[in-house]
Design a protein around this ligand. Structure first.
Ligand SMILES: [Fe+2]
Ligand SMILES: [Fe+2]
Length: 198
């Protein structure tokens, strides 16, 4: 990691170990291992992948009412849906917190943390990597998790599109709200894949 990033890998690991429950820490290590491996396959920056993965869920276990209060205070709320489903706030909250209190300056890492739950239109490879690794890390267990993971190794953009579609189906089946950011992410990836495919 370059100097001046504010948080090195060792500190990030230590922060995750101290902040998270055992189960969430295990998930975090799973995301880090997969993100690093997929990053290696696609020639992405391994340290950024590992750093973003280690810190992505740091705000997840803050009580939800407090997350909402912090999001209001830090002006993180963007959509009415953010308040209706505040579980989506922990990504942007962690990114804000890491920048403000830990001096983490790498905007690509911060964006990957901020956008890991809902995705974001125009995601960078690192953002796609963390979004998808969060869903298909080795501790996850649902019917087509292996094929989604393989899709990510084959092509990060197409794999992420498959992960977004999996999530949309899951939300639709459960008749749960679909956040406008996730819809926009889906449209963006569909468009990119359609026009980027050879
Ligand atoms: Fe998360
Ligand atoms: Fe996560």
């Amino acid at each position: 990691m370059e100097q001046g990033q504010g948080l090195n890998l060792e500190q990030a690991l230590d922060l995750a170990a101290r902040t998270l429950s055992a189960a969430r820490y295990r998930h975090t290590l799973g995301v880090a291992a997969l993100a690093e491996d997929v990053a290696r396959k696609h020639g992405l920056n391994l340290e950024k992948a590992r750093l973003a993965a280690l810190v992505h869920d740091l705000a997840k276990e803050i009580p939800i009412e407090y997350q909402l209060r912090l999001a209001k205070r830090w002006q993180i709320l963007q959509y009415p849906e953010d308040e209706q489903a505040p579980a989506v706030l922990h990504g942007p909250l962690a990114a804000y917190w890491l920048k403000k209190y830990y001096g983490l300056q790498d905007e690509e890492v911060l964006a990957a943390v901020a956008h890991h739950t809902l995705g974001y239109p125009g995601m960078s490879p690192l953002e796609m990597l963390i979004y998808s690794a969060d869903l298909v890390e080795p501790n996850r267990n649902f019917p087509n998790v292996d094929s989604l993971r393989q899709a990510l190794y084959d092509n990060i953009e197409q794999g992420t599109l498959a992960c977004v579609e999996h999530t949309l189906n899951y939300l639709k089946q459960g008749k749960r709200m679909i956040h406008p950011i996730t819809r926009l992410t889906h449209e963006d990836l569909q468009r990119r894949f359609k026009f980027g495919a050879k």
